[in-house]
Design a protein around this ligand. Structure first.
Ligand code: FE
Length: 134
């Protein structure tokens, strides 16, 4: 599968202003304000930008952080990670491997079985309630 590549102007047309700032400029939505912060609805979380399936609702858990949190992506190759040294912290940024959308960050304080917390922006995701996992 090839990468999804669009210009900023194309992304601006396809996304809301907030979605653009978060997914294409690595901004972060305010804690407890996102659409999927508390959501427990079954389904598949897709990339808001390119529609690629990224996270299964079965791996979503309540981290208390104010952002939707998952302990693993549906497959290790659907996300990319890279070092993020902004905000006077060393964090690991999580991106959609298909279109490089900024999704959030991953921290080593999650639950079993992975011990990881994928702390994501609701604005980077789109819940598909019709797509069932196995
Ligand atoms: Fe994407």
């Amino acid at each position: 599968m090839g990468k999804v590549v669009k210009s900023d102007e194309e992304w601006r047309t396809a996304l809301s202003p907030q979605e653009f700032e978060i997914t294409r400029r690595a901004e972060t939505e305010q804690a407890f304000t996102g659409e999927y912060c508390e959501t427990k609805t079954p389904g598949m979380y897709l990339c808001r930008c390119c529609g690629e399936p990224l996270f299964d609702s079965k791996t979503k858990y309540d981290s208390g952080s104010g952002w939707p949190s998952f302990y693993e992506p549906i497959s290790s190759d659907v996300v990319d990670t890279q070092e993020d040294r902004t905000m006077f912290m060393l964090r690991t940024e999580v991106l959609c491997s298909q279109c490089d959308a900024h999704l959030g960050h991953v921290f080593p304080d999650g639950p079993a079985p992975t011990g990881l917390r994928f702390c994501l922006n609701s604005a980077s995701l789109k819940l598909d309630e019709t797509e069932e996992s196995e």
